[in-house]
Write a new protein. Structure first.
Length: 244
């Protein structure tokens, strides 16, 4: 209830919000519990908002900003050398992320994608989703596939029998993918790659012939199937939830 007062205070600056190109959609503030994201049009307005936010936190006498946990993402089209001198771009592309040199509570806010800041500062995790400065999900997709393969290998080496391994895959490993499939815009090929890995181990664990039709794993029981989760279908359901 108290933090909602902060959102009410920031509402007067809604006209400063970022406007998506080719549309009338404009947004400035996004909040979930005590996590707050600000999306101003430029660096100057961003600093004003941070100063206003810091004053509000001091006013509460019970809350304060945590600069080490704050992150910023700034991107700009660099059209001249003068702009590059003012804001140092992180790469050689014309449209590049850069450090806007924002501060809160008198301390600098770490910019996402700074090549001199180390690997951990190449992304920022917010509500379970990693945000990269190039706005791509490829590193997450690759990591998820590698982790899934590793988990399947670990499960395969366990001493439990094949059907128990299949049960663990169905009720644990497959379920771990629901959240990333929902929050990231992965292509269907991502889930199809996981299905190939899953089919390999399910055939091994259930002692089904390699040439057998894998639909037996996913068909409903009334159609003489095992009714296990097809990760490609699960991915489509998660993306539908994301769209709604």
């Amino acid at each position: 209830m108290v933090f909602n007062l902060c959102l009410d205070l920031l509402a007067q600056y809604d006209a400063w919000g970022y406007t998506f190109k080719g549309s009338e959609i404009q947004t400035l503030r996004k909040a979930y519990a005590d996590d707050l994201t600000l999306l101003p049009k430029n660096v100057e307005k961003a600093q004003i908002l941070l100063d206003e936010l810091d004053r509000w936190l001091e006013w509460t006498k019970s809350m304060k900003a945590k600069p080490p946990k704050c992150r910023c993402l700034a991107l700009k089209e660099f059209k001249s050398d003068e702009q590059k001198k003012l804001w140092k771009p992180f790469n050689d592309h014309r449209y590049s992320p850069f450090d806007p040199k924002l501060t809160i509570k008198g301390r600098p806010v770490q910019a996402i994608g700074d090549p001199e800041a180390g690997e951990k500062e190449q992304f920022f995790k917010f509500l379970g989703r990693k945000t990269f400065n190039n706005r791509k999900n490829s590193p997450v997709k690759i990591q998820l596939i590698e982790d899934f393969k590793k988990n399947m290998e670990t499960l395969d080496e366990d001493l439990v029998n094949g059907l128990q391994k299949a049960w663990i895959c169905e009720h644990f490993l497959s379920r771990q993918l629901i959240w990333p499939m929902t929050v990231y815009d992965f292509p269907l090929s991502f889930a199809q790659d996981l299905v190939v890995v899953t089919n390999h181990y399910l055939k091994k664990w259930t002692k089904v012939r390699r040439s057998a039709d894998t639909n037996i794993f996913y068909r409903r029981r009334e159609h003489f199937g095992l009714q296990w989760t097809n990760l490609a279908v699960q991915h489509k359901k998660c993306q539908l939830i994301n769209c709604t």
